[in-house]
Write a protein that binds this ligand. Structure first.
Ligand code: NAD
Length: 251
């Protein structure tokens, strides 16, 4: 039986590490040719490419800061010069833990610039090309904190709430074009983004009140992203799946 994404090309942003890396590997395992976007992470990005190629897949690394409009434009030009982009995963993100009154204009612009404007920008470039072809699928990586909010993380939570609104609005606007746009809103996942002191299962259960009382894995999020991009999810658009151990059950 043919793999799910045979003949299709995917771009995963921030794919040198964590959830993005796991997603790139999972898409490649299902037959997609994968562009591994990164910012200043040549070695881990190349290692992911090598791992995919060693497994019989096809992948390339491509550097671009998603907060830089010119760099993103150049990335999409370079990708489309190889062939049409079918699948986009907006995963690149940064987090900032700071009391709100210490969150400067620069902090705010930095977090929103990557976590929200980066998603807007990549969606625009992708959709401008997908719309005339009347095909494509996008998954945006939000967070359960986009629903819940969290003290000391206001810029991050605001950006992720924005990603949810962006995802739902684009889903409505592009449904008639045959393009599905969904999101995932993970709970705490064991990646570099979660600080080591917050890694214990006890902390998950008591401080975060997570019913499953453990961190998720990047692969558990990747599985949800792969599903949403696949034909199995053909009636899903504007949806947020929550690989979150039960941290948020409202959407
Ligand atoms: P991570 O730090 O391993 O991954 C984030 C990746 O984004 C890194 O590779 C980083 O280099 C890249 N990146 C950052 N800024 C970039 C930019 N301007 N341009 C291009 N790439 C950039 O952590 P992760 O947990 O795998 O995070 C992936 C996504 O998942 C993020 O959007 C994050 O907000 C989201 N998320 C993570 C958790 C969690 O608990 N780990 C929970 C919910 C959502």
């Amino acid at each position: 039986m043919a793999a799910v994404f045979t003949g299709q090309t995917a771009l995963v942003t921030g794919a040198a590490t964590g959830i993005g890396r796991a997603t790139a590997l999972a898409l490649a395992a299902e037959g997609a040719r994968v562009w591994i976007n990164h910012r200043n992470q040549h070695d881990p990005a190349e290692r992911a490419v090598e791992q995919i190629i060693a497994s019989g897949g096809c992948a390339w690394a491509i550097e671009a800061d998603v907060s830089d409009p010119a760099a993103v434009a150049a990335m999409f030009e370079a990708i489309e010069a190889h062939g049409p982009l079918d699948l986009l995963v907006n995963n690149a993100g940064v987090i900032l833990e700071k009391p709100f009154l210490e969150t400067s204009e620069e902090d705010w612009a930095m977090v929103l610039g990557v976590d929200l404007a980066g998603v807007y920008r990549c969606c625009r470039h992708a959709l401008a090309r997908m719309q005339p072809r009347r095909s494509g699928a996008i998954v945006n990586v939000a967070s359960d904190l986009g629903f819940l909010g969290r003290e000391q993380y206001t810029a991050y939570c605001t950006a992720k709430a924005g990603v949810i609104g962006l995802t739902r609005s684009l889903a409505r606007e592009f449904a008639a074009d045959g393009i599905r746009i969904n999101g995932v809103a993970p709970g705490p996942i064991a990646t570099a983004m979660v600080s080591p002191e917050h890694m214990s299962d006890e902390w998950m259960a008591q401080e975060l009140a997570i019913p499953m009382a453990r961190l998720g894995t990047p692969e558990e999020v990747a599985a949800a992203i792969v599903f949403l991009l696949s034909p199995q999810a053909s009636y899903f658009t504007g949806q947020l799946l929550g690989p979150n151990g039960g941290s948020w059950m409202g959407a």
